[in-house]
Ligand binder design. Sequence first.
Ligand SMILES: Cc1cc2nc3c(=O)[nH]c(=O)nc-3n(C[C@H](O)[C@H](O)[C@H](O)COP(=O)(O)OP(=O)(O)OC[C@H]3O[C@@H](n4cnc5c(N)ncnc54)[C@H](O)[C@@H]3O)c2cc1C
Ligand code: FES
Length: 277
Amino acid sequence: MDSIYLPRAYLITDVIQETDGEVDVKTFRLAAKSGESLDFMPGQFVELTVPGFGEAPFGFASSPKNKDYVELSIKRVGVVTQAVHDLSPGDAVWLRGPFGNSFPVREMEGANILYVAGGLGLAPLRPLIDYVFHPENREKYGKTKLLSAARTPADFIYKYDVGRWKECRDFEIFQTIDAPYKSWEGRVGFPHELLKTMEILPDSLYAVVCGPPIMIKYTARALKELGVCESRIITTLEMRMSCGVGKCGKCNIGRRYVCVDGPVMRLSDLAQMPDEY
Ligand SMILES: Cc1cc2nc3c(=O)[nH]c(=O)nc-3n(C[C@H](O)[C@H](O)[C@H](O)COP(=O)(O)OP(=O)(O)OC[C@H]3O[C@@H](n4cnc5c(N)ncnc54)[C@H](O)[C@@H]3O)c2cc1C
Ligand code: FES
């Protein structure tokens, strides 16, 4: 096996500008220079290097069933993310991984699934949504719903996926923005408020909630009040990381390392951990 510290070269084959609001998110499609596929499960992440700028972790954002390329959706916030945003098709980056645990897809078989996404939180959910909808898997899962929230209409990512997903059997999509906005005729309000207006059958449900920590906390509380069991409320954490493989200690919460014990966590796990996320 190759060293966990050895990155591999990838070529950027496509760049998609996702948002046109205050938050700047681009999706990068990457193909291995060697032609090898990068096998991963929904929820896992990679460490991406831009030579001369540094390394940073990003969750996979494409279907794990796609063996020709991987996609990462990256918000511009600092040194590495700015450097990636400055790249174009034909440029190279380096990836290490996959790392971390994944969503419990076997355990979720037979259940209904509710995805709740806040902004860029839809990125780690997209591989899971596409995994469940893959023809090999669709029969194994029940009904699915997506509640996707953004600050403004311009901040929704994957707008081009909504039409494709709407055609999938037993999939309801709800979109909401934080506050009234010109030309928006859809729902307005935070996910934890809208959950109360949706039909939720808690006994047969897994709820997967990804987004900013404050949104996760309020949404998880609302789901608990609706009767969803803490061990079936699942999220992903984005602590600061360095090695990504449990060696440097940078990503710990109490005695757990988010890079190896996570990034996927159950609410029942988080309840046992210090409130540092
Ligand atoms: C498992 C995992 C998956 C992730 N997936 C994605 C993803 O799919 N898309 C994406 O855009 N980002 C993702 N992130 C966050 C991403 O790693 C950081 O945004 C990135 O490291 C910032 O690097 P930078 O050099 O651009 O920022 P820096 O120059 O290092 O910092 C710029 C600003 O960002 C803040 N910052 C840096 N790292 C983090 C962090 N981990 N959490 C919160 N704030 C941070 C700093 O405090 C600072 O204010 C993920 C993080 C983890 C741990
Ligand atoms: S990032 Fe080094 S231990 Fe988690």
